[in-house]
Ligand binder design. Structure first.
Ligand code: NAD
Ligand code: WQD
Length: 342
C-alpha cells in the first residue's frame, strides 16, 4: 500500500509530539512544522528517539503564508493536523490580539493552502473550553457552545466555524474538530511530555513541579464549589489516548468513512475527577506527599465539565484506555527526567 503523509503543525509541542509518534507507529509518514514559539527541538528529537524514524522537521511560522507554502511545495501530504496555536487562557485575556493574530491567521493559512494545493483532510485541535459552564452534564457534541469568556476560547470557536463553513462550501475539504478535555501525563518512555514555560497554569504540571521542589506549594483553587468534596470536576484525558484519537480521525478521513464533511468529537474519558481526588491519586501512585493548600477560587473556572464520549467511541472506534493511576505515574516519571531526579 502507498504510504500516506500527514503534516503535523505544532508537532514539536506537547500533544503534537505524542500524536506524531502514534501516526508513525501506525505506518504514516509525518512532517512536523513548528516555529518553536512554545516548545523546543527536544520534542522532535523525542519523537525520533521513540520511533527510530528521522522525522522531517521544518521551522516555520504558519502565519507566514509564503514560507508555509514551501512545505506544500515540498511534501505531498493529503492530511494536516493543526495543533499550532497559543493556549494560555489568562494571557489571551490580557493580550487578545496576540491570540487572534496567531491562532486565526495560522488556521486560515492552513485552510487556504490545503485548497490551493488540492489537499483534503483537516483535523483541528479544539477544546472543551467551547462548552463553558454547561447546563447539562456530561456534555455531548450537541451541547450548546456558550459565549467564550477568553480570546483563546473564542479562537477555538471561530476556527471550528471556519472549518465547518470551508468543508461545507468546498467539495475538496473535509474537516474534523476534536474537542479535547484536560490532557495530562507523558509518553511511557518519558522521552516526551509537557514542557510549560514559566509558572505552570495547569494543574498536573504544577503538581509535578511542586513534587520536584521547583514550586513550593500547590494552591487548590476553591474547596467551596457545589461538588462532593468542594473542588472542581474535570475530565482528565491521558496524552497517549488523546494522540490515538487523532490517529483514529486520520484513519477515518483517509479511508473515506466520514458521515459528513465536517464532524466534531469529544475526546475525554467520560469520568469526572475532582482536584482533591487527582492530588490524592498522584500522592498514592507515586508514594510521596505533596505540599498543598486550599486557596480562593480562580477567576473564570467552570465548576464541572466532563465528556459524553459515546459518539467518539462509536464513530472513531476509539476509547480512553490508560488509567488515571498510570497517567499520573507517567507525569511524575517525565518530571523526574526533566529535573534529573533519580
Ligand atoms: P503546545 O504549546 O505544547 O504546542 C503548540 C505548538 O504550536 C508549540 O510547539 C508551538 O511552538 C507551536 N506554534 C504556535 N504557534 C505557531 C505558529 N504560528 N507557527 C508554527 N508553530 C506554532 O500546546 P499543546 O498543549 O500541545 O496544544 C496543542 C493544541 O491543542 C493547541 O491548539 C491547543 O490550543 C489545543 N488544546 C490544548 C489543550 C491542553 O490543555 N493542552 C486542551 C485543548 C486544546
Ligand atoms: C484544572 C483544575 C483548577 C491549577 C484549561 C483551559 C482549557 C483547556 C485545558 C486548552 C481546575 C484547578 C489548577 C492549580 C488548581 N486548554 N487548579 N491549582 O482550567 O480545566 O482548563 O486547560 O484548551 O481551555 O482553560 O485546566 O489544569 O488549569 O485546571 O486547583 O494550580 O485544577 O481550578 O479546577 P482547566 P487546569
Amino acid at each position: 500500500m502507498e504510504r500516506k503523509t500527514v503534516l503535523v503543525s505544532g508537532g514539536a509541542g506537547y500533544i503534537g509530539s505524542h500524536t506524531a509518534v502514534e501516526l508513525i507507529n501506525a505506518g504514516y509518514d509525518v512532517v512536523i512544522a513548528d516555529n518553536l514559539s512554545n516548545s523546543d527541538i527536544s520534542g522532535v528529537e523525542g519523537v525520533r528517539a521513540i520511533t527510530g524514524v528521522d522525522v522531517p522537521f521544518v521551522n516555520v511560522d504558519c502565519c507566514d503564508k509564503q514560507a508555509f507554502a514551501q512545505l506544500f511545495e515540498q511534501y505531498n501530504f493529503d492530511s494536516v493536523i493543526h495543533f499550532a496555536a497559543y493556549k494560555a487562557v489568562g494571557e489571551s485575556v490580557a493580550d487578545p490580539m496576540k491570540y487572534y493574530r496567531n491562532n486565526l491567521l495560522s488556521f486560515i493559512n492552513v485552510v487556504d493552502l490545503m485548497r490551493q494545493y488540492g489537499r483534503h483532510n483537516i483535523v483541528f485541535s479544539s477544546s472543551a473550553t467551547v462548552y463553558g459552564e454547561a447546563d447539562t452534564l456530561p456534555v455531548t457534541e450537541a451541547t450548546e457552545r456558550k459565549a467564550a469568556t477568553s480570546a483563546y476560547g473564542n479562537t477555538k470557536q471561530m476556527c471550528e466555524d471556519i472549518l465547518r463553513d470551508a468543508s461545507g462550501a468546498y467539495e475538496q475539504i473535509n474537516g474534523i474538530a476534536l474537542r479535547y478535555f484536560n490532557p495530562i501525563g507523558a509518553h511511557p518512555s518519558a522521552l516526551i511530555g509537557e514542557l510549560p514555560r514559566g509558572v505552570p497554569q495547569n494543574l498536573v504540571p504544577y503538581i509535578t513541579q511542586t513534587a520536584a521542589g521547583v514550586r513550593e506549594c500547590l494552591s487548590i483553587f476553591g474547596d467551596d464549589y457545589p461538588t462532593e468534596d468542594g473542588s472542581c470536576l474535570r475530565d482528565y484525558i491521558d496524552i497517549v489516548d488523546l494522540a490515538k484519537a487523532h490517529l483514529a480521525a486520520i484513519n477515518r478521513m483517509t479511508e473515506g468513512r466520514c458521515n459528513a464533511k465536517y464532524e466534531v468529537f469529544n475526546v475525554g474519558t467520560g469520568r469526572a475527577v475532582s482536584v482533591f481526588e487527582l492530588v490524592k491519586t498522584f500522592e498514592k501512585v507515586n508514594n510521596l506527599k505533596l505540599n498543598y493548600k486550599v486557596a480562593p477560587r480562580r477567576q473564570g473556572d467552570v465548576v464541572a465539565v466532563w465528556a459524553d464520549t459515546a459518539l467518539a467511541n462509536k464513530e472513531l472506534g476509539w476509547q480512553a484506555e490508560r488509567s488515571l493511576e498510570d497517567t499520573l505515574r507517567s507525569a511524575w516519571e517525565w518530571e523526574k527526567r526533566v529535573r534529573n531526579i533519580k
